[in-house]
Unconditional design. Sequence first.
Length: 458
Amino acid sequence: MTFIPSEKGKIHIKEQKGDFQRLRTGLNSLLILCFFLVPFIRYQGQQAILFDVENQQFNFFGTTLWPQDFTLMAWVFIIAAFLLFFITVFWGRVWCGYLCPQTSWSFMFVWVEKQIEGNSNKRYALDKAPWSLNKLTKRVSKHLIWGLMALLTGCGFIAYFVPASSLYPQIFTLNGSFWVTAWVWFFALCTYINAGFMRELMCLHCCPYSRFQSAMFDSNTLTVTYNAQRGESRGPRKRKQTTQLGDCVDCNLCVDVCPTGIDIRNGLQYECINCGACVDACNQTMDKFGYERNLISYSSENELKGLPVQRLNSWRFIGYGTAVAIMLSVFAFDLYQRDAIQLNVIRDRQNLYRIAPDNRIENSYTLKIRNKTQHSQQYLIYLESKQGHFINKEVEVEITVQPGEQLSYPLTVYQQRSKDAPIDGALRQQPITFKVMNLADPLDSVTQQSQFFTLTSA
Ligand code: SF4
Ligand code: SF4
């Protein structure tokens, strides 16, 4: 039953064992395990990693990032993109073959399919077989398990946005809010379609990465390559038979195991995700025939031509490496410089100044103070620049701000003048600096400058 056929029809990949498949399975399993377990990690009594959309904050191991810290998030994505480019220059599309969630989930769904419907030959046969109780039972079981896996994946994904401790009970007792439930089911449906039916079609037709990868390749990039010089002319033969043919015995195993259904013997193709399944398959055949391994291998163009390999002194290595190093430094500096308090001083725009009965000049401000930490904090507000200005009737003010709260604190700054000073002097501005300091950690403080409007006679 093929829902979305590719040009080659539905691909039932043959299971392959070997060094690269062990590595891929291990990395995929680790990725999937991390995906589900990370939302359950707690730090200082809270979910360690949580994109709290409702409260517009991102909690990361005790550090809270707010929309104002968007540049930091942007840096993370830019660095990740450059790291990917950096890795691609050397190891080609290893991300696609070994770490991409699309590949990991597809292989997981294929594994379940194999447990229920049998190996690839049996699955092809079942596709063609007429409907029977046996076929119906296998198909229903497979789709039920796929559905459950997809639902768990939907929950796993949303658990990065809604606290995991409350999400799973909400979903499985059908007590979730409309939007949370809708998003879980939406991502479950996407997973079910992607990993169950789309699989390689996503890599072939939807993923933009496969299209621009060749721009990052050079003659030193490691890609899965068929050594045509050694393999051709190909042809079948018996084991230990002496022949004039090349080493490729045309067993077609490299095609049977390929998740994207390509024949790597036709040269480098954008469909290849560098998963190494054909390398393992071909090595298995080479072992059987007593030939040297690595007819298909991870090799660079230069290696195949017998030219010296220049990885560390290529301009791409130096260029991407330098770019990643600079960006990481800027990110680390930005993170280090980030204030745990956010202060925004807003002047009263209606009345620039007011003359009080005792002839002092008053200006009104609203201080918006955000506590960007995950704990309640006590702050001291005072004026850093002393030019005869005072806050209300005190010199400083003490306030408590709850974690994540943005407190609006109205205050008046005044300047005393002599009782007989005229009220019709020229208007002039004086700079004043507000300072908010954490009482528990005086180094944790922010300042912001504003203007005080007064009269020249003051
Ligand atoms: S050609 Fe080989 S490495 Fe490329 S996708 Fe197919 S099996 Fe994987
Ligand atoms: S697995 Fe190796 S020997 Fe078999 S067809 Fe592919 S390249 Fe030839």
